[in-house]
Design a protein around this ligand. Structure first.
Ligand SMILES: [Fe+2]
Length: 266
């Protein structure tokens, strides 16, 4: 059934959650960033229809998936997940098997189709799309030529002008674009991994990356370097005619309570 109003979709990425609250990643409070982002999403009006979570959902801690599910269920929205290089696909597939927060591969809402690819590769931070992922994409797009499509994955499929992050670009991105180029209904490719905002075009195709909910990286640094920008997320308005509007929200972290300022040891 065609929808008159646009679909309102949120993308969150690179949560790096651990089983216990209070962990830090490159100095950033992982829970504080995620909580601020989730609170901002809950206050949005009109409310989102659903959320896409594009990998590094946990930070090298397979025990964090139950807490991840609990935190995201509080949004009271469907959350469709895919894995990144810091995830554990086997555990993730078990804990996020069903329910409102789940690992999903493909679904359609209104006039749009969403395909979620797994670009993670065992024991490496590099991105790679296995033949089965490319076949899934090809099949999904071939079955629904009438639906506009948004394709999600974790790793950047194009260089993002970062000397060190571009060493982890999807290694077989040519094979990905060989599929995408055959389906003009694909409106955007969306990813995380770079902990930064990025936007480019490939013809009419939007190429979009989104800030992490935790710490941010400087893209123009020659080696890994923290950017002091705030955590964030991306919003989409996806219209029935294929028009796509998008933007990034940066979310201020709450001020540290006075009682918790670091004390200088005597
Ligand atoms: Fe990450």
């Amino acid at each position: 059934m065609p929808t008159a109003a646009p679909l309102r979709v949120i993308q969150i990425t690179d949560l790096h959650l651990t089983a216990r609250p209070g962990s830090r990643l490159w100095g950033a409070d992982v829970d504080a960033g995620l909580n601020a982002v989730l609170a901002h999403i809950q206050e949005r009006r009109p409310a989102a229809d659903f959320v896409l979570a594009t990998g590094d959902l946990v930070g090298d801690d397979p025990g964090a998936y139950p807490r991840l599910r609990q935190l995201l269920e509080a949004l009271d929205l469907p959350v469709y997940c895919l894995p990144g290089n810091h995830d554990f696909p086997g555990v993730m597939g078990q804990v996020l098997r069903d329910g409102p927060v789940r690992w999903e591969r493909q679904f359609s809402v209104g006039d749009w189709q969403f395909v979620l690819l797994d670009s993670s590769f065992p024991r490496t931070p590099d991105g790679h799309l296995a033949p089965g992922e490319l076949a899934l994409l090809d099949t999904a797009l071939a079955i629904h030529p009438e639906l506009h499509a948004l394709v999600c994955l974790h790793h950047n499929p194009v260089p993002v002008h970062s000397a060190w992050l571009d060493t982890m670009t999807v290694s077989n991105s040519a094979a990905l674009f060989a599929v995408l180029d055959r389906y003009p209904q694909v409106r955007a490719v969306v990813w995380g991994h770079i902990h930064s905002e990025f936007a480019a075009r490939r013809g009419a195709l939007h190429l979009l990356a989104t800030p992490a909910t935790c710490m941010q990286f400087k893209l123009d640094a020659p080696e890994p370097q923290v950017d002091d920008r705030s955590p964030g997320y991306r919003w989409f308005e996806l219209h029935p005619d294929g028009a796509l509007h998008t933007g990034v929200e940066r979310v201020a972290l709450p001020a540290r309570p006075h009682g918790l300022t670091r004390r200088v040891p005597a």
